[in-house]
Design a protein around this ligand. Sequence first.
Ligand SMILES: CNc1nc2c(CC[C@H]3O[C@@H](OC)[C@H](O)[C@@H]3OC)c3nc(N)[nH]c(=O)c3cc2[nH]1
Ligand SMILES: [Zn+2]
Length: 373
Amino acid sequence: MKHAVTYELLKKDSRTKARRGRVHTPHGTIETPVFMPVGTAATVKAMRPEQVKEMGAQIILSNTYHLYLRPGHEIVREAGGLHKFMNWDRAILTDSGGFQVFSLGALRKITEEGVQFRSHIDGSKHMLSPEKSMEIQNALGSDIMMAFDECAPYPSDRDYVKNSLERTTRWLKRCKEYHKDTERQSLFGIMQGGMYKDLRYESAMQVVDLDLPGYAIGGLSVGEPKELMLDILDDCVDYLPEEKARYLMGVGSPDYLFEGVERGVDMFDCVLPTRIARHGMAMTSYGRVNIKNAKYERDFEALDPECDCYTCRNYSKAYLRHLYKCDEMLSAMLLSNHNLHFLVNMMGNIRKAIEEDRFLEYKNEFYTKYGRF
Ligand SMILES: CNc1nc2c(CC[C@H]3O[C@@H](OC)[C@H](O)[C@@H]3OC)c3nc(N)[nH]c(=O)c3cc2[nH]1
Ligand SMILES: [Zn+2]
C-alpha cells in the first residue's frame, strides 16, 4: 500500500550518525533535520501563518487533546479539517493526546481501554482511547498522526515501565487497526521504555514490527538529567530502521537539537521558542538574552546582529525591553518571531553543514559563540 508520508535518505555524515533527508507528505516536502514549530490550539502562538511560512517552516504541530476539548474535533472536521481551519497549507503533525492527558488532565485513570480524565478547562469527564485518538486525528486531517501511547513519568520503576510499554504496543496495534485511509494520513509509532536500555530495545522491536512509515522516540525530555537522556538516546536511534523518519518528541533547546542530530534524529518539536518569548527571553547567536535586564535600557542595537528576521531588522533591544515592561502584546509577537526564526534558521545551517561534511565544525562554532545553554 502507498503511504501518505515517506522518508528519503539523502546523505549520511562521515563522522557522526547525523543525516540529511526529506520527508515527503501530501502537503509538501520537509527537508530534514527539521525543527517543527508547535501550534497546540491550531495556532503558533502570536504568529500569523504567513510569518511562519515566510521564515521557512515546512511543518507545524498541533494537539488532539486540546482540539478535542476546544473547539471539538467535529467542528474542525466541518470546517474542512485543520489545514483549512487555521489557514495552513503545508504539513501538519498532531500528537495523540496521551502525553497531554498526563501533563494537563486531572484525576486520570488508565485502563486497558484507554485513559479517563477530567478536562483542565471545565472539569468535565472524558475518555481517550487509541480508537478515539485516531477518530479525532482523522477529523483534524493531519498528515502525520501520532499513536496513542503512555509516556511513563520520570522516574518510574522498571516493572511499571515494562507494563506501560507493553500496553502502549497493544494500543499501537489498535491505532493501526482503526486507521484506514493510509494514503491520506500516516500513523507514526512511538517507542517507549523509560530509562531502561533493554526495555527501550523491547519497545523498539515491538513498534518497528508493525512496519509504519515513521517512528518517534517518546518518553524523553520528561525531567531526566541531560546526560541520562543522551545516553538513552544513543541506543534508541540505532534500534530504528535507517529508511524511516525518526522523530524525537518534545526536544528542544539548541544544544539538544545538535545532540539529537548528531545521533541520527530527523525531526524535533518544542514549545520553548514561543514559550520563553512570552517571558521576555530570546535565543541569539551569542547566547540567551533576557530582554527585561536593565542593561538593555539604552541598547539601540538589534537583538541579534547576525539575524535577518523582521524583529532584528526593525527594532532595538531598548524597544523590545520597553514593550515587555509595558506588557504589550507586540512583545510576545516580536520575540516569538525571532526565536522561531532563530531555530528554523539554525536547522537550515545544520542541513547545509551535513551536506558539506562539516557538521562537527558548525556545532563547535555555534557552541563557542552561544556560550552557556
Ligand atoms: C516536552 N517534552 C516532551 N514532550 C513530549 C510529548 C509531547 C509532544 C507534543 O507536546 C506539544 O507541546 C507541549 C507539542 O505540540 C507536541 O505535539 C506533537 C510526547 N508525546 C507523546 N505522545 N509521547 C511521548 O512520549 C512524548 C514525550 C514528550 N516529551
Ligand atoms: Zn532575529
